[in-house]
Design a protein around this ligand. Structure first.
Ligand code: ADP
Ligand code: MG
Length: 732
């Protein structure tokens, strides 16, 4: 799938840096099975752990299941025949440490007998198993300590590095390749000398030696710290350069004009802005007035009122005679934004129409699935400038939509878009538009710095006043069937009160998963308990607990028009209960919805559940979220659900979420270039390192924006940019 950045051919990766030239074709081929193509790849294939020769495992203390590396002496080796006609061989080797014994078993490798003659001392590594009551290693890695095949110097050092290996190439063989490469490698050092010296970090060549051939535990620890910092520093240099480049770009300043649409809209707002909203609005107002493009990330809880903030920014730009584009990740959301904004603006959105406000503008929707006529009208209004605001999906990005004058690009729910997708739209214009990115997924600070490192960040941390907190309860369906019955009763009660409900399921039906939906299908575990499909559950509910209510269905495989019709009907109150997949996750806003029942809740991620429940309690009524699960009390799944139920702090939950997922999942598929450049750095755990690296990189780039004084850093940055570019091309 993804190759490491260093493997990308290009000026920074000349052929002489390929492994083949040093270790030979055969070994190079084997190393390639681990994705190791260049000298750099191999040197950065850091040991996973180390074993000490001095503390050789006492054979009597071995535990079944343990991965052990032992030094021991061969007592005897015998070949045994078995199988039909005695055609198969099993070599049994007995080892001793002077006291206890251990058996090694090799199948179909009769030559081992000659290799492991009695008296041979060697290193044997493998997982300890048990056979006929005796401990044994099956097909262990073997490395002689004496004789012509022994690795020089290891005994003196006393510490053996253990590498991530494969059946094709064991750790001990990787160690040998490293031994060959290290002395001849002309290593680059991306860390500028001052940056390194300030922190007392060793140079790259010294650190490679310390991490691969440590003479003490302290050495490999020091080396790891250095490379961890280096990873953060290179990444932050990329961001620092982008921020610096943005300062060099010019944008048309869009200062606030009084007496325009923005003022008129503020006057007609039915509520007062929260202090948080006011502060962010002021930041954006100032950004827009500058001659450099704004690059700002606005994060805030679901329902924290980001849309109003964005709308004020859009109107400021429209007042200046330019246009604003709002991009949403799905058609449902684009349509909803279009409806919402049109409604909020009222007469102000009827520019040029009979009865519209004189100073009004038009809000146009532009999506991939629109009819030809509506589309043509929208395109015309976009091109003429009659539409001050164009709302669309990313399909708008892909096409040649002409805009009279793009002043501001607002991207909603950024995590579904890559940095490069943003760039594609922006780069089409000679004068750069201002860019505002919004996300409702609270992103822990370090991840924001890693993924959105080129953006300034604003946060809306309070919910608008009068918002009722959402009560969340875990419903253990298997243990308490009566609670599940009660859950459906609650739905009926809310509907009887004139409210509406969501029922969320993890999959659509049959073997189908939600197209392009994260989370929904991916956690499907063939061994896990069966999950309820949308189709089945809808039938069950209609015939049983929710009989007589008006049920609707919403999922990603429906035709966009059908989805939109369903959403509109739900928004109008013509559907009581919407049975849906996670398409309701992002941004869907029906204030009259007060209950959400999430079925098979353990199938969803922590942040996803938090997002989902933000769909209810958006009007003046209290919200209730019921997490139905068959996960057992005390199980990790159940603990996650309990955590969601116990707090409404989205930041705390997203942190928990990040800690529980693998590093790569945290960064997301769109970030595989970054991901593969981070071998030691954890974006979740290494907050301090990332913050320090960010400061150092910013300072360095300020002093030397082109990295002229640091050619190795420049090369590393180029490689990372290339791999990010490759990620983007792969996705389009
Ligand atoms: P977000 O996009 O951050 O999830 P929205 O902007 O959709 O949140 O706001 C959620 C709801 O709260 C909307 O109905 C909006 O009109 C309302 N709202 C926004 N700001 C305020 C405020 N200051 N006071 C009261 N209601 C507000
Ligand atoms: Mg929103």
């Amino acid at each position: 799938m993804t190759t490491s950045p260093a493997a990308t051919p290009g000026p920074t990766n000349p052929p002489e840096r390929r492994l083949r030239s040093v270790v030979g074709d055969a070994t190079a081929k084997k190393l390639a099975t681990l994705g190791l193509e260049t000298i750099d790849d191999l040197l950065r294939h850091y040991p996973r752990r180390y074993v000490s020769l001095g503390e050789m495992t006492d054979l009597a203390s071995l535990q079944v299941g343990q991965y052990a590396t032992v030094m021991a002496r061969v007592v005897e080796a015998v070949n045994k025949r078995f199988g039909p006609g005695g055609r198969k061989t099993r070599t049994e080797v007995t080892l001793t440490d002077g006291n206890a014994r251990l058996t090694l078993t090799f199948f179909s490798q009769p030559w081992r007998q000659a290799q492991l003659t009695p008296g041979t001392v060697g290193l044997f590594a493998g997982e300890v198993g048990q056979f006929n009551g005796r401990l044994q290693l099956t097909h262990p890695l073997y490395e002689p300590l004496e004789g012509p095949d022994a690795l020089e110097g290891r005994i003196a050092r006393g510490i053996i590095p253990i590498y991530r290996a494969s059946a094709k190439i064991p750790s001990l063989a990787i160690e040998r390749s490293v031994e060959t490469v290290l002395p001849v490698a002309d290593v680059e050092d991306p860390l500028p000398e001052d940056v390194r010296a300030d922190r007392g970090l060793p140079s790259a060549d010294v650190a490679f030696e310390m991490i691969h051939r440590p003479r003490s535990d302290q050495q490999w620890r020091t080396a790891r710290d250095r490379f961890r910092f280096e990873e953060a520093f290179v990444l932050q240099t990329v961001f620092a350069q982008r921020r610096h480049a943005a300062l060099g770009q010019t944008a048309v300043p869009r200062p606030r004009r009084s007496g325009g649409l923005r003022d008129a809209f503020e006057h007609q707002l039915p509520f007062t802005l929260t202090d948080g909203q006011r502060a962010v609005v002021a930041e954006i107002e100032a950004d827009l007035a500058r001659e450099h493009p704004m690059h700002r990330l606005l994060q805030g809880e679901v329902g924290s009122g980001k849309t109003v903030v964005a709308l004020l920014a859009m109107l400021q730009v429209v007042d200046d005679g330019a246009q604003a584009v709002l991009l949403a990740p799905t058609e449902v959301l684009a349509a909803q934004h279009h409806r919402g904004i049109t409604a909020m603006l009222g007469a102000l959105a009827e520019g040029g129409m009979l009865g519209g406000a004189a100073e009004g503008t038009r809000v146009r929707l532009l999506t991939g699935s629109m009819g030809a006529k509506a589309r043509k009208e929208a395109l015309l209004d976009a091109a003429s400038g009659a539409a001050g605001i164009v709302v669309g999906t990313h399909a708008v990005l892909q096409e040649t939509v002409q805009l009279a004058e793009l002043g501001l690009l607002v991207v909603d729910e950024q995590h579904r878009f890559g940095v490069e997708q943003r760039a594609v739209l922006v780069d089409r214009y000679d004068t750069k538009p201002h860019v505002l990115v919004m996300t409702a997924t609270p992103i822990p600070r370090t991840i924001a710095m890693t993924v959105f490192g080129d953006l300034e960040t604003s946060t809306l941390s309070e919910l608008p006043g009068g918002r009722q907190p959402i009560q969340t309860t875990v419903v253990p369906a298997a243990e308490r069937p009566d609670w599940l019955a009660r859950a459906w009763d609650r739905v009926r009660e809310e509907v009887a009160d004139g409210r509406q409900a969501y029922v969320v399921v993890s999959r659509i039906g049959g073997s189908e998963t939600e197209p392009g939906e994260k989370g929904a299908g991916e956690k499907a575990d063939p061994d896990g308990p069966p999950t309820r499909s949308l189709v089945d559950l809808h039938e069950e509910l209609a015939a049983g607990p929710l009989a007589g209510l008006r049920l609707g269905i919403l999922h990603g495989r429906q035709h966009p028009e059908e989805k939109d019709a369903t959403m509109t009907a739900f928004a109008r109150g013509e559907i009581d209960v919407l049975v849906a997949t996670t398409v309701v996750e992002v941004g869907v806003d029906v204030p009259n919805a007060t209950v959400m029942v999430v079925v098979d809740a353990e199938r969803f991620g922590v942040s996803q559940l938090h997002q989902l429940r933000g769909r209810v309690g958006r009007g003046g009524h209290a919200g209730l979220c019921l997490l139905v699960t068959s996960a057992e009390d005390g199980s990790p799944s159940r603990e996650r659900l309990d955590a969601v139920a116990s707090t409404s702090d989205g930041f705390a939950l997203s942190r928990l979420d990040a800690e529980q997922r693998r590093e790569g999942d945290v960064l997301g598929a769109a970030q595989s270039g970054v991901r593969s450049s981070l071998r030691l750095l954890s974006v979740v755990k290494d907050e301090q390192v990332i913050a320090d690296a960010r400061e150092a990189a910013t300072a360095f780039v300020e002093g030397d924006p082109q990295l002229a004084s640091a050619p190795d850093l420049r090369a590393a940055v180029e490689r990372l940019e290339q791999s990010q570019q490759a990620d983007y091309l792969e996705r389009t």
